[in-house]
Write a protein that binds this ligand. Structure first.
Ligand code: SF4
Length: 448
């Protein structure tokens, strides 16, 4: 007798239209009697696939016809007249990301422990999220429909993972054949249509460094200013990533890359008026070198990819210190606590906090925490887990603990290993504050 495990072949069926999540009171949407759970199927006869479509198809229109599937199952047609620029007061369901069909040899999904949160295994590759949040896509499986949509709806800029302009090397890195890996015609089409492109290279020692990297940078720079910038970020290996084709990024490798790319950057500043090819902060920190100054980053075109975060953090921190004007602040002298962060950032943060302690009279200590959950060379603060933070318990001092806000999910107080903030608080036996720089400043100056 056999037992059959019945699993659905399709786990999420994409329904027509876009679902309304919320309707603001006293808005045009509520006047139209739209409700959460209703789906807008068409605007002026055109299909609506998500809120970007809704935004595009309603923009600038004062006379509109909506086809709506009410949450009750009824179909409505709404004839609408609105004032120019009048908002509907509607918020919509999140975009369900498209998945990639690559097998990148460095894919972060291969470096997750088997029991990691399911969301860490999502291989999203979606040009809509690229436009909205700066997520990188490889454009290997982009459809004609998506290409047309980027151009028609001006989903610009797009963030594109190039990795190497040498087709053989790109195909090897992405784990796909050359025909699919060939990005040149797609990039050209987007650039010719006026779409701004930011590029990315995940640097894998021995594969796309050296001459391949120099050629990649040169090919991309030949399209400047249409290609605005290139982010060069190091491969990250966890202890679960055992692919023999990959070589770890060492401090020596980082120093070599800084020297090689530094020469090219200096040349670009003269010829293009911008650094153009930016190295990830991690490369400088792992090399034991200080990150470049403010002018190196211009308007921080790749800040979403973490490029220039340390410099920008230092700038904002300096502004914070200025606030204290070097005088001990009465409300701060009793603040004794520990700031936990990743081992990569701890040496950057320590002197800044020491200055703050001097200026404000606070007694804050910085502790760099090893990442045992992912292991390998993972040392950034945002990937610390609850278990890692608990392992630092013996090194805590003071009355509270500050952890990086980025260790928690954006919409839930839960860490990558599934530990909740409440559980962490119990395990550490002290109040735990998840802060970014802004909330840290509010903590120090609650009245501002
Ligand atoms: S494109 Fe991104 S998600 Fe997809 S396999 Fe490559 S690294 Fe992984």
């Amino acid at each position: 007798m056999y037992e059959f495990a019945v699993t659905p072949a399709v786990t999420s069926i994409r329904r027509r239209g876009v679902e309304i999540a919320e309707v603001s009171p006293a808005s045009l949407g509520s006047e139209l009697e739209l409700e959460s759970g209703d789906r807008i199927l068409k605007v002026n006869g055109r299909n609506v696939r998500d809120y970007l479509d809704f935004r595009f198809q309603t923009a600038g229109e004062t006379e509109l016809v909506f086809e709506v599937r009410k949450h009750t199952g009824e179909n409505w047609e709404l004839q609408i007249e609105r004032d120019e620029g009048e908002d509907f007061g509607l918020s919509f369901e999140q975009i369900v990301p498209r998945q990639c069909a690559n097998e990148c040899i460095f894919c972060f999904c291969n470096g997750n422990p088997a029991d990691a949160r399911p969301s860490l295994f999502i291989k999203d590759e979606d040009v809509r999220l690229s436009f909205l949040y700066g997520n990188y896509t490889t454009m290997t499986s982009i459809s004609e429909d998506e290409m047309g949509r980027i151009i028609e709806q001006r989903l610009s800029p797009q963030y594109v993972s190039v990795h190497a302009t040498d087709l053989e090397v790109r195909a090897y890195l992405l784990g796909i054949d050359k025909a699919r890996a060939d990005i040149a015609p797609k990039l050209k089409r987007l650039l010719d249509a006026g779409i701004e492109i930011h590029a990315q290279v995940v640097l894998c020692p021995g594969i796309n460094d050296g001459e391949v990297l120099r050629q990649t940078i040169a090919d991309l720079a030949a399209e400047h200013p249409r290609i605005t910038s290139v982010a060069i970020v190091p491969l990250g290996l966890t202890r679960y990533n055992t692919d023999k084709r990959l070589t770890a990024v060492t401090p020596e490798f980082c120093r070599q890359i800084i020297d090689e790319v530094g020469t090219i950057q200096a040349e670009f500043r003269k010829t293009l008026g911008t650094t153009f090819a930016f190295l990830g902060d991690e490369i400088y920190l792992r090399a034991g070198r200080s990150v470049p100054g403010r002018s190196h980053y211009g308007n921080y075109p790749q800040i979403e990819d973490g490029i220039g975060m340390v410099r920008s953090f230092r700038q904002q921190f300096a502004a914070l210190l200025k606030k204290s004007a070097g005088k001990p602040q009465p409300h701060c002298v009793n603040l004794r606590g520990t700031i936990l962060t990743g081992t990569l950032f701890a040496p950057v943060l320590k002197p800044l906090i020491e200055n703050l302690n001097e200026g404000l009279g606070t007694q804050l200590a910085v502790v760099g925490v090893e990442n045992n959950y992912f292991g390998g060379d993972v040392s950034v603060a945002g990937l610390l887990t609850g278990g890692d933070l608990v392992s630092a318990k013996q090194r805590l001092s003071g009355d509270f603990v500050i952890i990086p806000r980025s260790t928690l999910k954006s919409d839930e107080e839960i860490m990558l290993d599934g530990m909740s903030l409440a559980e962490l608080t119990i395990k550490l036996g002290l109040p735990v504050y998840p802060f970014d720089l802004k909330s840290f400043a509010q903590f120090l100056w609650p009245r501002n």
